[in-house]
Design a protein around this ligand. Structure first.
Ligand code: ADP
Ligand code: ZN
Length: 606
């Protein structure tokens, strides 16, 4: 059976070997058993059901929540010569009929549909009349109460176990936590299904987190140095900021487009389509953007505001580098983020227990930002995975962070908060510490305090860094009054009394840090300058073919396939067939066109 599976993989996809646990999953489903698959984004979930769909008799039914995802998958499969279609509300009655009759005639290998459509009596009845090879339930975490928008629709899928007991069911998700997993098993009746859990590490993502000084300058510097011409996503918290950042990027010549829920639907859709169809577009977005995007060659994801939890951070950053090629995720964060999150927490209406839960989530996020150890180790530990060694592929690994003994300045900072009556925000307390006799300081006679001006040896930037870290460590708290008023947390007592010392992260001049990091992070997809002309010519060929068919370029070939062409320069169809990602169908469709590009290039060299 595995021989057959590998034959399908090679013939249709042009891939040599299964990745990770794909082979086990394929074997399980192909032999008619159920399975639950937990794999990170980009891990290769689709093949887990697409390969068995081609091995078993009948049509595979794939349940997916979003039309854009279905369209993308179907376009990709059609390019591979696989008979695939989707049923969705975007089709008119006539089109839907046509697809139903293809199904009834046994002319479909895979049929995609949304859960709400599947559970209608009409669809269930239709499915009873044809042989079904398997049910694949994508984004299965939607069934969980900790999940998401589509829960009600997903709950209806329990009916599959009753009505189609002999058909194997495969649930897939990139959400791995235990509660979600338990919900999926219970609600989709997968109690006896083997669980295939993969590592959630994303080894091709370089993690970088930088203190924010001048966000726009840092962002443009980052893009210019590490990802010129690449496609990326920039996340901001508010709609207004999205607009501002997109406009600022445009003004500097970047092809940037805004995306948030406040834009008219046509604009949103047009911007999303350009992001998918064109190369090198940067989308500036709120978190409304992302679900339903499986563009494989997003080369960077930048956050200009702190995400609210590590779960959110992991999901948003996970949209980079699905194709496995090197990509960078970069978070800029600062004192204001810490203050804002603490305020939101104080103002939240929930129960005490809910607040504690939220605080833990934010604390974990802050810990990731402030750590001087390997980011990846910390991140994976949060998801209950143990990475024995530092990864060597994050900013703290490749440029170890300096620390300094901040016991005295911290004590001074805490005293200043206390002596000024725990009634002011960071700016004011720093004025007192650095001896700035502003109007308000004078009016309050805080220039009379013994500690007035005692902190002049530290620069303003350093004081802000100290306060940020004291807040992040929970030694200081922010009131929910909207003014950022600081107060002492009881946990700071031992530091104030001189019983413990405190070591803090030495914030670097961030632009220098980025510059130094450039060579080491290997974050960009590397094409030697000598190979640039061929690489650009291959991309132009791909773009022309994609435009002619109205599909995204990556549906023709992935970047990794073009890179392999650059490396091996195949000069015949047989040689071309050896390249990863070129199966029979794509070879006959596009082989000659790309060979012509390579031959021309080789002739020019001769
Ligand atoms: P997921 O749905 O888990 O995010 P996908 O199924 O979209 O991931 O796969 C991610 C990428 O990896 C796709 O571009 C896919 O073609 C590629 N891929 C998957 N399996 C293999 C494999 N065995 N060999 C080579 N490439 C693979
Ligand atoms: Zn690391």
């Amino acid at each position: 059976m595995m021989r057959q599976a590998e034959e399908v993989l090679r013939r249709v996809w042009g891939y040599d070997v299964f990745r990770g646990r794909q082979a086990e999953v394929v074997a399980t489903i192909a032999s008619g058993q159920d399975a639950l698959v937990l794999m990170p984004t980009g891990g290769g979930k689709s093949l887990c059901y697409q390969v068995p769909a081609l091995m078993r008799p009948g049509t595979a039914i794939v349940i997916s929540p979003l039309i854009s995802l279905m369209q993308d998958q179907v376009a990709t499969l059609l390019q591979l010569g696989v008979r695939a279609a989707y049923l969705s509300s975007s089709l008119d009655a006539h089109e839907a009929r046509a697809i139903e009759s293809q199904l009834l005639d046994g002319r479909l290998d895979l049929l995609y549909m949304a859960p709400e459509r599947l559970v209608t009596a009409r669809t269930l009845d239709l499915l009873q009349r044809v042989p079904i090879s398997l049910f694949a339930i994508d984004e299965a975490h939607c069934v969980s109460q900790w999940g998401h928008d589509f829960r009600a629709d997903y709950l209806g899928l329990a009916v599959l176990a009753e009505q189609f007991p002999q058909v194997p069911r495969l649930a897939l998700t990139a959400t791995a936590d235990l509660r979600t997993r338990a919900d999926i098993i219970r609600l989709l009746r997968l109690e006896s299904a083997p669980v295939f859990l993969s590592s959630f590490d994303r080894p091709n993502l370089f993690y970088r987190i930088l203190p924010r000084l001048n966000a726009m300058e840092q962002l443009t510097d980052f893009i210019r140095r590490e990802h010129p011409g690449d496609a990326g996503v920039v996340y901001c918290l508010s709609r207004a900021k999205v607009e501002k950042v997109a406009a600022a990027l445009q003004a500097q010549g970047f092809p940037a487009l805004p995306y948030h829920a406040g834009l008219p639907a046509q604009v949103r859709e047009a911007n999303q389509t350009r992001f998918l169809r064109e190369e090198g577009i940067i989308v500036v977005a709120t978190i409304a953007f992302g679900m339903g995007i499986d563009k494989p060659n997003v080369r960077f994801v930048a956050h200009l505001d702190l995400p609210k939890s590590l779960e959110a951070y992991y999901q948003e950053t996970g949209r980079a580098g699905r194709d496995g090629l090197p990509s960078t995720v970069c978070l800029f964060y600062g004192l204001q983020d810490v203050i804002k999150h603490q305020q939101m927490l104080m103002q939240s209406e929930g129960s005490e227990e809910h607040k504690r839960h939220e605080r833990r989530r934010i604390d974990a996020m802050l810990q990731l930002c402030e750590t001087t150890d390997c980011r990846r180790q910390l991140l994976l530990r949060y998801f209950d995975e143990h990475l024995p060694q530092p990864c060597g592929y994050c900013d703290t690994c490749s440029e170890p962070v300096a620390t300094w003994d901040a016991t005295e300045p911290s004590r001074l900072a805490l005293s200043a908060v206390y002596r000024t009556g725990q009634r002011y925000g960071v700016e004011y307390v720093v004025e007192v510490l650095t001896g700035k006799r502003s109007e308000r300081v004078a009016a309050n006679q805080h220039d009379q305090l013994p500690l007035f001006g005692q902190g002049q040896s530290l620069a303003l930037k350093s004081w802000r860094s100290v306060f940020r870290q004291l807040l992040a460590k929970g030694l200081l708290q922010v009131d929910g009054d909207g003014f950022g008023t600081l107060r002492l947390d009881p946990s700071c007592r031992s530091l104030l009394k001189g019983e413990v010392s405190l070591t803090l992260r030495q914030d670097r001049d961030t632009l220098t840090a980025q510059r130094q990091a450039r060579g080491r992070s290997k974050a960009a997809v590397a094409v030697d300058s000598a190979d640039q002309p061929l690489w650009l010519a291959l991309r132009a060929c791909r773009r022309a073919l994609a435009e002619a068919q109205g599909v995204p370029p990556y549906v023709i070939f992935h970047d990794s396939t073009l890179l392999a062409m650059v490396e091996h320069m195949p000069l015949s169809l047989q040689e071309m067939r050896q390249i990863g990602g070129i199966g029979d169908s794509k070879l006959s469709r596009y082989g000659e066109a790309f060979l012509a590009v390579i031959r021309e290039h080789v002739d020019a060299l001769a």
